[in-house]
Every structure is written in structure tokens, then in C-alpha cells.
Design a protein around this ligand. Structure first.
Ligand code: ADP
Ligand code: ZN
Length: 434
């Protein structure tokens, strides 16, 4: 496998030089926010800190955390660290509850973001000459524009399709010779299914790689997408508060996402607010080192994963994060058991004949929580006898009981009957909250 590097010096820098850059940039960002953002100055003063106390990464743990509520409390622009006249772009997260969290970028920030997305594209082997179809949504959501700028920066031919309109996606994919698809994994699955239904075989396409992110997906889902589209399906991670896509990106070794550490410091925080060592799972937390519009100190993403500093065969020295196991805000508590939708996905997709479309419905009957898992049967299984279908149902229920420790009622649906997504899939309905 041949690896290409967008910025080889940075991407393969020895760890002690990388650390020296982080030390210097951390001192700089702390000084900037202390001077320009009353929120950070107050927080640091309450903790008895001045910028001089933060000499480098070794002092990071002294700084207070920042949480999503802090962004809400200072909605919309209260955490910006530059005058609004220097902000050239504003994004926001979807904000399913209440006000969205807003993020502001200076032109330097947009430039650095493009740079990091360009590195990420190179991780996937995407370069000049590639045809990159961006099927992430364009708009306040960072997915579309983030991928767009990165793909342009490497000199690829960019098709700014945005999400949705699957028939047109398929037509352009074939006619324009798309080599690279950027979208959510659930939308990639949706496109693959539509191609199959339309009788478009993969030899008519030039697709070679997918840059998929913005939602959790299981290893099994990766396998299914890779088989269906004949590509390498790679994971890209980011969030609007911290930047957008390209905070980290998987290389072709597919062993986790390299976090661009010259721009971000990642930590994993445990349940008692302690910093956990590499290898342990907890709340992924970022400090931005080079953002000027809206820097963040120790921002708790609520995304759960682990970090590793084991060397990667690709030669990049930046640490990697494992796949996101779930978001603490997505965790369901069902009869006292903590359940992540991703665990259920893992069980379902491991069973032959189950299509990668499902819906999790949680409700309450009297004092008891109920869990219903709706799954689509594959067309082949539809013809099975009632007895065979009942055996499959009990197999899934037993496996969920063993692996996820909850009882679920499994309901089979017709192929194609569950809602498909063209962005982030919504797979959970929690009626207890309605
Ligand atoms: P929101 O989803 O809160 O509206 P964003 O649109 O900024 O905010 O999306 C960021 C979130 O999307 C991350 O915090 C994370 O939960 C999820 N996400 C992004 N990339 C990935 C990925 N590769 N795997 C799993 N989850 C991801
Ligand atoms: Zn690598």
C-alpha cells in the first residue's frame, strides 16, 4: 500500500518535536482567550490561574473544562475571541434541543480547516485527478463545506451535490466517474441499496474510496458498504464546535483516526472527571491550538472512544482515536441498563439476512421500560416459513440479551419499509420523552 502525505513534515514529525509545538501553541491560545474572552478569563480566575501558570501540555489538566451548556449560555457569539469584523464564516450544530451551538471562523481558520481536510483527503489517497462527490449536506452543518474545501485544496474535481436526491447522485456518480464519495455511512448504504435496485453494478462506476463520518457506524457496517460499493470505506471525524470534519481521519490502514495534533490536543476524561490513560474509553475532550475565531479549552464532546499512541504502519506519528462508541447524550437507560444504539447495531448486523436498516423504539408500560427493535428482513428471507422466521427472531433476542443485557421485542419489517436517511440517520425513538 502506498501512502501519500499532504504535509509530510508535520504528519510524520517525531513526537517530541510535535509536543514542543503543542506547548508553544497552548501557551498562545491560553493567552488569547484570557485576554479576549471574558468567559475564559473568569473561569481561569476562579481557578486561581493566570496564563503564566500554563507552561505547556503538562499543565493542561489545571484548566477548567468547557461544556456545550457554556456555548448555549453565551449564544450566539459570546465565546468568539476576535471582533465580529474578523469572522468570515459562521456554522452551527443541528441543535436538536434548544438553541444550536454556534462556531465562528476567521479567514485563517477557514484556511487551516481546508489544510486539515486536505491532509485527511490524502489519508484516503485522494488527490489531483480524483473526482470527489460531496453528498454531505451543505449549509450550517459543517460536513458539506468542510469536505468541499479540503477536496478543492488537494486539486481534485469536486462535485458539490449536497445530500439527498439519490437518483441524481447515482447518475452523476456514473456519468462523471466519481472516484470518491463523501457522505454519512448511512447515506452511503442508502446509495448502495438504490444502485442495486436500479441494476447499476459496481463495474460501471469508478468509485475507489469513501470518506464517511458524522455519525457512529459499526465495523460490520463498514464491511457491508465496502462490499456493496467495492471501495475502502474510511472514517472521518469532527464537530462544528471544534472545527468540523477533519479533526481526525483514518488512513488506509483502517486502524483508527489520526488526530491532527499540531492543531488539537485530545484527552479522554473518565466518569470522575479524571484524565484517563491511552487505551481506556471515556469522554473525548479537545483543546484547539490554532483556532482564532472561537478557540476552545478542554471541550467535552460527549463522544465516547479511546486513544492510542501505538505506531501506525502508514508512518504518520499523530495519535489515533478508536471509532466513536456512542455519545453520552445518546445513551439509553433501559430498565437500569445502559445501552448504546451502536451496541444494538453491532448485534443486528452480525446476523445473516438482516438488512442494515433498523429502528429502536423505547417506551414505557406502567413502570417498565420496553424496547422494540424493528429490522428489515432481506428479500431472500421473506419467503421463509413462519417457523424459520420465529427461530430468527429468538436468535436475535437471545443475542441482544447476551451482548447488550436487555430484553427486546424484535419486529420484522418489509425490505425498504423503514425510513432512509440522506444525512445523519435517526434510529432511535424514545417515546418516554414525548
Ligand atoms: P450535532 O450532531 O450535535 O448537531 P455536528 O453536526 O457538529 O453536531 O456533529 C458532530 C457530532 O457528530 C460529533 O460530536 C459526533 O457525535 C458525531 N460524529 C462526527 N463524526 C463522527 C464519526 N466519524 N463517527 C461517529 N460519530 C461522529
Ligand atoms: Zn495511519
Amino acid at each position: 500500500m502506498r501512502h501519500i502525505y499532504w504535509n509530510e513534515t508535520m504528519e510524520r514529525m517525531d513526537r517530541s518535536s510535535l509536543r514542543a509545538i503543542q506547548d508553544e501553541r497552548l501557551r498562545d491560545v491560553v493567552r488569547r482567550v484570557y485576554t479576549n474572552v471574558p468567559f475564559y478569563r473568569d473561569r481561569m480566575q476562579q481557578a486561581g490561574l493566570t496564563p503564566a501558570d500554563i507552561r505547556g501540555v503538562q499543565d493542561l489538566h489545571l484548566l477548567p473544562y468547557t461544556v456545550k451548556q457554556d456555548l448555549r449560555d453565551h449564544y450566539p457569539f459570546g465565546l468568539f475571541a476576535v471582533p465580529q469584523s474578523e469572522i468570515v464564516r459562521i456554522h452551527a450544530s443541528s441543535g436538536t434541543t434548544g438553541k444550536p451551538s454556534v462556531s465562528g471562523y476567521t479567514s485563517g481558520d477557514v484556511d487551516r480547516w481546508s489544510e486539515l481536510m486536505a491532509r485527511s483527503m490524502y489519508c484516503a489517497g485522494v488527490t489531483r485527478g480524483d473526482v470527489v462527490q460531496i453528498a454531505y449536506g451543505y449549509g450550517l452543518f459543517t460536513g458539506g463545506l468542510g469536505a468541499h474545501y479540503g477536496a478543492e485544496r488537494v486539486g481534485a474535481s469536486v462535485i458539490p451535490m449536497s445530500g439527498g436526491n439519490t437518483a441524481r447522485q447515482m447518475m452523476l456518480m456514473e456519468d462523471f466517474g466519481t472516484t470518491t464519495l463523501c457522505c454519512t455511512p448511512s447515506y452511503a448504504m442508502n446509495i448502495a441499496e438504490s444502485l442495486r435496485e436500479a441494476g447499476v453494478t459496481i463495474d460501471r462506476l469508478k468509485l475507489k474510496v469513501g470518506v464517511f463520518g458524522a455519525e457512529t457506524w459499526s465495523p460490520r457496517m463498514r464491511y457491508l458498504i465496502e462490499q456493496a460499493l467495492g471501495i475502502d470505506a474510511l472514517n472521518v471525524y469532527g464537530l462544528s464546535e471544534v472545527m468540523g470534519p477533519g479533526v481526525s481521519m483514518e488512513c488506509l490502514c483502517k486502524q483508527g483516526m489520526h488526530i491532527w495534533e499540531d492543531h488539537f490536543i485530545a484527552e479522554i476524561i473518565g466518569e470522575n472527571n479524571e484524565t484517563l490513560p491511552y487505551g481506556q474509553e471515556g469522554d473525548l475532550t479537545f483543546t484547539t491550538l490554532t483556532k482564532h475565531g472561537m478557540p476552545l479549552l478542554r471541550y467535552r464532546t460527549h463522544d465516547i472512544c479511546h486513544l492510542t499512541d501505538e505506531p501506525c504502519p502508514c508512518g504518520r506519528t499523530h495519535i489515533r482515536m478508536g471509532p466513536i462508541q456512542g455519545r453520552t447524550d445518546d445513551m439509553l437507560i433501559i430498565r437500569g441498563v445502559n445501552v448504546f444504539p451502536s451496541q444494538i447495531e453491532h448485534v443486528l448486523l452480525g446476523i445473516k439476512g438482516i438488512e442494515p436498516n433498523y429502528m429502536i423504539v423505547v417506551d414505557r408500560e406502567g413502570a417498565l421500560d420496553t424496547l422494540e427493535v424493528q429490522v428489515e428482513l432481506s428479500a431472500e428471507l421473506l419467503g421463509d416459513t413462519v417457523k424459520e422466521i420465529e427461530a430468527l427472531r429468538s436468535k436475535i433476542q437471545t443475542k441482544l440479551g447476551n451482548d447488550v443485557l436487555v430484553h427486546a421485542d424484535v419486529k420484522f419489517c418489509q425490505p425498504g419499509s423503514l425510513v432512509r436517511s440522506d444525512g445523519k440517520a435517526k434510529r432511535v425513538v424514545d417515546r418516554r420523552k414525548m
